[in-house]
Structures are given as structure tokens and as C-alpha cells.
Design a protein around this ligand. Structure first.
Ligand code: FE2
Length: 428
């Protein structure tokens, strides 16, 4: 007896025609023509059943605050930081919680069930930390929310940040953040990387730094991050976010850098929507894209992810918690257009970030948690092409969100009356 059975599913690895049986919140069986009764049956009708989307880089304290107290007219990272600084003293505990919970509702509807969010600790009240710890507790039944103590205004540059970051960790924030390129000097930036990695090593925590989010090819804090990771034995527990300077770096230097990142076991997160929107702003033409070298890192076996970073906040006015939109932008910006590379873009919003977050029991395999998304698409490439509708989102074997399939009714002479985007093309 299964609590739930999904029939005729296609899986991200290309297997098709499989039934998935769920027992006690875990996937108990995956096979063709699976016998046994089930409390609930969902007919996948050959469509894709994937593990939930994972966003390993987000800012939930700022999300949905667009326009408060004003809009970012220049589009620059630094104006965004300035606007956020103006909003910070006006924040209330309730308002931060409300915005975050609203975002989590949206995330669930999009099949996004694990999020790593940075939370700004450069605030004597640590209001964002308190609020997001509360949100983490409230959404725990349906979203894995991981918090990063993020000194937005600089670990050394902002007076008191050193103590505030420690306090946030004492309160239960589980990842150490930083922003070395925003410190006053390159030397301070490098020193902050060293200090933050040491804190993580002492406390047994993970590290996720905003690292080299600049077009300056000489911003090389990733080199220090790889070095400190190696020195402190933190391999597999450290992530470099953004790494946009790598886009502009000298190719010879990068040829030395990539093996060092791989050796150290540092993972990389690009944020395609934000990187393409913010980087290259000081260029005339040609304008640099700014996104870090994801395909090249993948060839070195470096774990890579695409993050959303921002939705309707001082840095980005758009977004809808759709990790397929993120994957699509990453695919285009990095020109990852081969069949294999497109599949890797899907992995960059699922298995890649799941590894970075150290999620337990992640995947559509026997023994994994019964957390899944049924998409209106037959494979991962089509899912990205269509930004496929999340027909059903399943958490611990229970459906927690449903969306009607996308279908248009046409009124055209001699043409079909209905068009289903997932049934068009080679598979249809
Ligand atoms: Fe960020």
C-alpha cells in the first residue's frame, strides 16, 4: 500500500514510462507497471517528474520591497546597496516576515522547495535575522530555508559587523557570508575571506561569499577563497557566489585559477538574471555580459548552480520565483546550447544547488524524500524551453500546489481548436 503513486512518469535522466510509489514520505519504489494500491494516484501521462527546484542564492529580507523607498534608476549594484541602506531603518519585523512568507507561497507554486537566503547582518537590531529565523520555522514543513549571515556593508568596512555576524551565528544562522570586493581595499577583502573561513572552520559551518561581483578583472578574491578552503580543509563546504570578475579576467590567469578552485572543492553560483542586468554597466560597446565561466568550470568538475538572487527588490524589478526562467537566462548568457549543456542548465537549478546546500535525501530515486514536481513537459530541455507549468508540487508525498495545464483555445479556420505547448515539436 502506497500513500501516493505517480504513474507513467519521465525522469530527468531520460528514463520514461515509470511509476513512482511513496511510503512514509519517502520514495519506496520506481518501476514500470508498479503493483499495489495507493491512497492517491497521479497520472503523469509521460510528463516529467523532477526533484524540486533549489535556489542556492537569494535575498529574502529584501524581496518584494521594490520601490521602497525609491526605485533604482541607474541599475547599478551600488545604487541598489544604497537604496537597501535607506530602507533598512524603516523595516519592521512584521513587514519582513509578511514579504518573506508571500515569497515562499510563490516559491511553492513554482516547485521551489529549498532556498539559501542571505540575510543582512549590518543592522544593530538584527531585525532581518530575527524575522527570517521566524520564517524558517514557519515554512519548515514545506521549504528548506537556509540562512547566510551576510555583512552587506562589509565585514571590516561596516563598524560593528564583526560582532553582529558572530551574534547572528549564535542565534542560529548556519552559513557564513561575506562581500570581500566591497571592503575598503583588496587587502581588507582578502583578510575578510581568511577571517570568515576561519569562523566557519571553528564553528563547523558552511561558507557562501558574495565574491568578486564586479567587472574588475583584478578582483581575485576567489583565489583567496580557494586557498583558505584548501588550507582549512573546508572542501565541499564553500561556495563562491557571482564570481563575475572571472568573466573579464585574463585567460592565462583563469587557466591557473580553475584547477585551483576544483582542487579546493569550492562550488560556484552564477546569478544569470542579475549578472546580465548589473554587470557591464560602465562599458560602452561592446558591453560585457559579466556572468562567470560556468561551462568551463563544469569541465573541471566544479559543482555549479544558477541562483535567482533577487525578485522585486532594489537590485531587480522582475522575477517570479521561476528557476526555469533563471536556467533559461543562464543557458543563453553562457551559450550553453548543446543538448548536454541544456541538460546541465536544468541541473544547475536542481541537483547542483542541492549539493551546495547539503540537502539530505534529494532526488527522484528510491530512498529519497518524496519531494517532487510534475511539469508540463516531457524532458528537462523542454521544461526550460516552456518555463513549464508546475502541474503538481509534492512535499513528503502530499500535493501542496496544483496549477492547471497551459492550453490555449484557438478560433482559426481549418486549424486545431486547442494548442498544448508541451505537445508541439519532436516529442509531440
Ligand atoms: Fe546576492
Amino acid at each position: 500500500m502506497f500513500e501516493l503513486k505517480i504513474t507513467n512518469a519521465s525522469l530527468p535522466d531520460g528514463r520514461t514510462g515509470l511509476d513512482i510509489g511513496v511510503r512514509e514520505g519517502r520514495i519506496a519504489a520506481i518501476e514500470a507497471n508498479l503493483g499495489g494500491e495507493a491512497g492517491e494516484v497521479i497520472d503523469a501521462a509521460g510528463q516529467l517528474v523532477a526533484p524540486p527546484f533549489v535556489d542556492c542564492h537569494f535575498h529574502m529580507d529584501a524581496t518584494l520591497s521594490l520601490g521602497q523607498p525609491r526605485y533604482n534608476d541607474s541599475g547599478l549594484l551600488l545604487e541598489g546597496i544604497q537604496i537597501w541602506g535607506e530602507l533598512k531603518p524603516l523595516l519592521t519585523h512584521e513587514a519582513v516576515i509578511e514579504r518573506a512568507l508571500t515569497y515562499c507561497d510563490l516559491a511553492v507554486s513554482q516547485g521551489l522547495l529549498a532556498i539559501r537566503t542571505h540575510v543582512d547582518v549590518c543592522d544593530e537590531r538584527l531585525l532581518g535575522v530575527e524575522a527570517l529565523l521566524e520564517v524558517k520555522k514557519r515554512v519548515a514543513p514545506y521549504i528548506d530555508l537556509q540562512l547566510v549571515a551576510f555583512p552587506q556593508d562589509g565585514y571590516y568596512r561596516y563598524p560593528g559587523a564583526i560582532k553582529l555576524l558572530e551574534r547572528a551565528l549564535d542565534m542560529g544562522v548556519e552559513v557564513v557570508g561575506g562581500i570581500p570586493h566591497f571592503e575598503r581595499t583588496m587587502a581588507d577583502g582578502a583578510a575578510s575571506v581568511k577571517a570568515l573561513c576561519e569562523i566557519a572552520a571553528e564553528r563547523g559551518l558552511l561558507v557562501d561569499l558574495h565574491c568578486d561581483e564586479t567587472d574588475d578583472p583584478l578582483s581575485r578574491h576567489i583565489e583567496t577563497l580557494a586557498y583558505e578552503t584548501q588550507r582549512l580543509g573546508l572542501g565541499g563546504r564553500v561556495n563562491g557566489s557571482h564570481l563575475t570578475s572571472m568573466h573579464s579576467m585574463d585567460n592565462y590567469y583563469v587557466s591557473k585559477l580553475l584547477p585551483l578552485i576544483a582542487e579546493a572543492g569550492v562550488s560556484a553560483t552564477a546569478n544569470p538574471l542579475i549578472n546580465i542586468g548589473i554587470q557591464g554597466r560602465h562599458d560602452t560597446y561592446p558591453k560585457r555580459r559579466g556572468m562567470t565561466r560556468i561551462p568551463e568550470m563544469l569541465t573541471y568538475g566544479i559543482t555549479c548552480a544558477f541562483g535567482h538572487d533577487c525578485v522585486m527588490d532594489p537590485w531587480y524589478s522582475l522575477g517570479q520565483a521561476d528557476m526555469l526562467e533563471v536556467a533559461s537566462m543562464g543557458l543563453h548568457v553562457a551559450q550553453m546550447t548543446s543538448r548536454d549543456a541544456m541538460r546541465q542548465c536544468f541541473e544547475a537549478v536542481t541537483t547542483g544547488p542541492a549539493r551546495i546546500l547539503h540537502l539530505e535525501g534529494y532526488g527522484v530515486e528510491v530512498g529519497c524524500k518524496a519531494d517532487m514536481v510534475l511539469l508540463q513537459a516531457t524532458d528537462t530541455i523542454e521544461a526550460i524551453r516552456l518555463k513549464a507549468t508546475r502541474l503538481a508540487v509534492i512535499k513528503s508525498g502530499k500535493v501542496i500546489s496544483r496549477t492547471a495545464p497551459r492550453q490555449s483555445a484557438l478560433s482559426l479556420p481549418g486549424r486545431p481548436e486547442r494548442i498544448d505547448p508541451a505537445r508541439i515539436g519532436p516529442q509531440g
